[in-house]
Design a protein around this ligand. Structure first.
Ligand SMILES: Cc1cc2nc3c(=O)[nH]c(=O)nc-3n(C[C@H](O)[C@H](O)[C@H](O)COP(=O)(O)OP(=O)(O)OC[C@H]3O[C@@H](n4cnc5c(N)ncnc54)[C@H](O)[C@@H]3O)c2cc1C
Length: 387
C-alpha cells in the first residue's frame, strides 16, 4: 500500500458511497482528481497499476505544445492553447521542472515552403499569433547545425518533466483529502438509482464494490472498455492502438541541438512527423513514428530495423548525423479513435446523459496534446460536474 492509499473500501462486501470516482491515474486522471478534490469531498482515484503514470503518460515526448496544428474550433485546439498557459503557470507555482525552449518547424524542400505557410495560417485562425517565419540565416542563428530553407518558430512551445508534474498532482490530491487506490482494476460498472456501482479487483484477486454518484472514465488505452462496462457501446469510440517508437541521438552529438525541431506534419495528422525533442535531462529523442498495431496489445518493443528509416528521415534537417549516432530509446502507444488513414478526430469528452447515463463522464481518444491540455481538461470536467 502506498502512503495515503485507502484501506476502507477494500474490505470484502462493504459498500461505501463516493461522491466522485475517477478511473485511471495517468496525467489526465490525476489532473482531474486534483481539481475536483478542491471542491468536493469523497473523491476516489482508482488505478490498476501500483503507482501513477505507468502507461501513456510516461511514454511520450513531454512537449508542451503551442496548439498550432489542430482543427479550428476543436477541443484539441481549445484545450491545448488554454492548457499550455495553465501548465506553465502551474510549473512556476509548484516548482515543476520545465523549459520554454521554443520549437522550429522546418521546410527542407521548395515544396514544403507553402506547407509551413499553411500551418501558420491555421495557427492564426486558432489564436496562436506568436509564430514567426524565419529564413535560412535566421534559423542558423538559433540552430547553427540544422538544415532548413525556411522555418516557423514557435516561442510558446516547451518541455516538461512529466513525472514531477504527476507526483505533484498526486500529493495535492492526498492533501485535499482525496483517496487514491492503486493496484485495483475496475472490472464492472452498473447504473443504479443514485449513480453507479463500481466493482474492483485487487492485487489479491478479491472483488469489492462501492457506489459513486459521478464516474469519470480516464482509462486511457482501455477507456473504451471502461465505457462498455457501464453499457455505453459505440463503434466510433473503439480505441485503435497506434504505436510511436523513439530513437535517441548518442553523445556527444546530442549537444548540437538546443530546442525542438519538427519537419512538416504527416498527411491526416496521424502524427506530426519524426521530430527532434530535447528533454529536461539534456537527452535528444527522435520520433515518434506512427504504426497502427494489428490488435490492441501492449507492445512496447522497439524495432532496431527502423534505425535506417529514422536516420534517413531526420538527416534531411540534421545533416551532421551519421547512421551510428542514433540508438533505440523507447515506445509509447496512442489511444486513437480514428483508424489508420482516417481524418483526425477530436478528443471525446462527454457527460453521457444523452445516452442515458447521467453523471458518467467519458474521456476517450486522449492522444496528444493530452499532456499539454491536462489542466484545461480538468477545468472543463469540473464545469461539466457543476452543471
Ligand atoms: C508517443 C506519444 C507521444 C506523445 N507526446 C505528447 C506530447 O509531447 N505532448 C502532449 O501534450 N501529449 C503527448 N502525448 C499524449 C499524452 O501522452 C496523453 O494524452 C496522456 O498521457 C494521456 O493521459 P491519460 O491520463 O488519459 O492516459 P494514461 O496515461 O494512459 O492513463 C490511463 C490510466 O488508466 C488506468 N486504467 C485503465 N483502465 C483501468 C481500469 N479498468 N481500472 C483501473 N485503472 C485503469 C491505466 O492503468 C492508466 O494508468 C503523446 C502520446 C504518445 C503515445
Amino acid at each position: 500500500m502506498v502512503p495515503g492509499s485507502i484501506l476502507f473500501i477494500c474490505k470484502s462486501g462493504e459498500i461505501v458511497d463516493a461522491e466522485i470516482t475517477v478511473i485511471g491515474a495517468g496525467v489526465i486522471g490525476l489532473a482531474i482528481a486534483e481539481k475536483v478534490t478542491e471542491e468536493y469531498n469523497n473523491v476516489f482515484l482508482i488505478e490498476k497499476h501500483e503507482t501513477f503514470g505507468q502507461e501513456t503518460s510516461s511514454r511520450n515526448s513531454e512537449v508542451i505544445h503551442a496548439g498550432i496544428y489542430y482543427p479550428e474550433g476543436s477541443l484539441k485546439s481549445k484545450l491545448c492553447i488554454e492548457g499550455k498557459w495553465l501548465l506553465y503557470e502551474y510549473c512556476k507555482k509548484h516548482d515543476i521542472p520545465y523549459k520554454n525552449c521554443g520549437k522550429l518547424i522546418v521546410a527542407t524542400s521548395a515544396e514544403e515552403i507553402p506547407v509551413i505557410e499553411g500551418i501558420r495560417e491555421n495557427a492564426l485562425r486558432n489564436g496562436v499569433d506568436d509564430l514567426t517565419v524565419l529564413n535560412r540565416e535566421q534559423v542558423a542563428v538559433l540552430e547553427p547545425n540544422i538544415y532548413a530553407l525556411k522555418a516557423i518558430f514557435s516561442p510558446s512551445t516547451g518541455i516538461i518533466d512529466t513525472h514531477s508534474l504527476m507526483k505533484r498532482f498526486e500529493t495535492r490530491i492526498l492533501n485535499n483529502g482525496g483517496q487514491i487506490v492503486y493496484r485495483s482494476e475496475v472490472t464492472g460498472i452498473k447504473k443504479i438509482e443514485k449513480g453507479y456501482e463500481i466493482t474492483l479487483l485487487d492485487a489479491d484477486n478479491k472483488y469489492f464494490c462501492f457506489t459513486s454518484r459521478i464516474v469519470i472514465n480516464s482509462g486511457g488505452l482501455t477507456s473504451d472498455k471502461v465505457s462498455e462496462m457501464a453499457g455505453i457501446r459505440d463503434e466510433r469510440l473503439k480505441i485503435h492502438f497506434c504505436k510511436g517508437e523513439y530513437f535517441r541521438i548518442n553523445p556527444p552529438k546530442n549537444k548540437l541541438i538546443n530546442r525542438l525541431v519538427y519537419p512538416v506534419p504527416h498527411h491526416n495528422m496521424e502524427g506530426i512527423g519524426i521530430h527532434v525533442t530535447v528533454d529536461m535531462g539534456g537527452g535528444v529523442k527522435l520520433g515518434p513514428d506512427v504504426t497502427y498495431l494489428d490488435s490492441n496489445i501492449y507492445d512496447y518493443r522497439i524495432s532496431q530495423s527502423k534505425q535506417e528509416a529514422f536516420w534517413r528521415s531526420v538527416s534531411k534537417f540534421l545533416p551532421f548525423l551519421g547512421y551510428d549516432d542514433i540508438s533505440p530509446e523507447m515506445a509509447g502507444i496512442r489511444p486513437k479513435i480514428q483508424k489508420a488513414g482516417e481524418p483526425i478526430r477530436d478528443f471525446y469528452i462527454m457527460e453521457e446523459t444523452k445516452n442515458g447515463y447521467p453523471g458518467f463522464i467519458n474521456l476517450i481518444g486522449m492522444e496528444s496534446p493530452g499532456l499539454t491540455s491536462s489542466i484545461a481538461i480538468a477545468n472543463y470536467i469540473l464545469t461539466l460536474i457543476r452543471n
